[in-house]
Design a protein around this ligand. Structure first.
Ligand code: ZN
Ligand code: ZN
Length: 163
């Protein structure tokens, strides 16, 4: 699926090919909550990094979170690069060098019509803020951290991938 997206001030616009566009994965982690805003979670899509075309690249800034190991207390910089608009602050996408052929745009930036996900996964619930309710519907999954199933595998299981 070909998607078009933009930040709120339109200083950054982009297009990307997105084989896994169902917005089903609600991430309640502290980074998504704070940098993405919204209902206490953010939703990433699975897209092809190579297809990403950007206008206004000079307005993009990149954030790499510092994560603290809960056991050792050691702080390390996450390799995941979170791109956002330096003018309006819109969270745009996450790119991680460990999975460099993928890019994960935030569903909130997409201007194209996205498919409606049949069920949702609520993830990183160990990090959810206490004021955020988990609005679970029938068939939804919930996970303390990341689920084992990839975005691609979930789309296949739901019959959403054309072969
Ligand atoms: Zn902007
Ligand atoms: Zn997150």
């Amino acid at each position: 699926m070909h998607l078009e997206g933009s930040c709120h001030c339109k200083a950054v616009t982009f297009t990307v090919d997105c084989p896994h566009p169902a917005p089903y994965m609600r991430c309640y982690c502290t980074i998504c909550r704070k940098t993405g805003g919204g209902g206490g979670y953010a939703i990433n899509l699975g897209a092809d990094f190579e297809s990403l075309g950007i206008e206004g690249k000079e307005n993009i800034r990149v954030y790499q979170a510092i994560n603290e190991d809960p056991e050792t207390g050691k702080a390390t910089k996450s390799p995941a690069e979170r791109s956002f608009c330096g003018l309006c602050g819109t969270a745009l996408w996450v790119w991680d060098p460990r999975w460099s052929d993928l890019v994960h745009p935030f569903a909130s930036t997409i201007d194209s019509e996205l498919p409606v996900a049949p069920t949702h996964n609520h993830i990183m619930l160990d990090f959810k803020a206490s004021w955020v309710p988990v609005e679970k519907s029938k068939g939804d999954g919930s996970f303390p951290a990341y689920p084992d199933e990839s975005l691609a595998a979930w789309h296949k299981r739901m019959g959403l991938v054309k072969e």
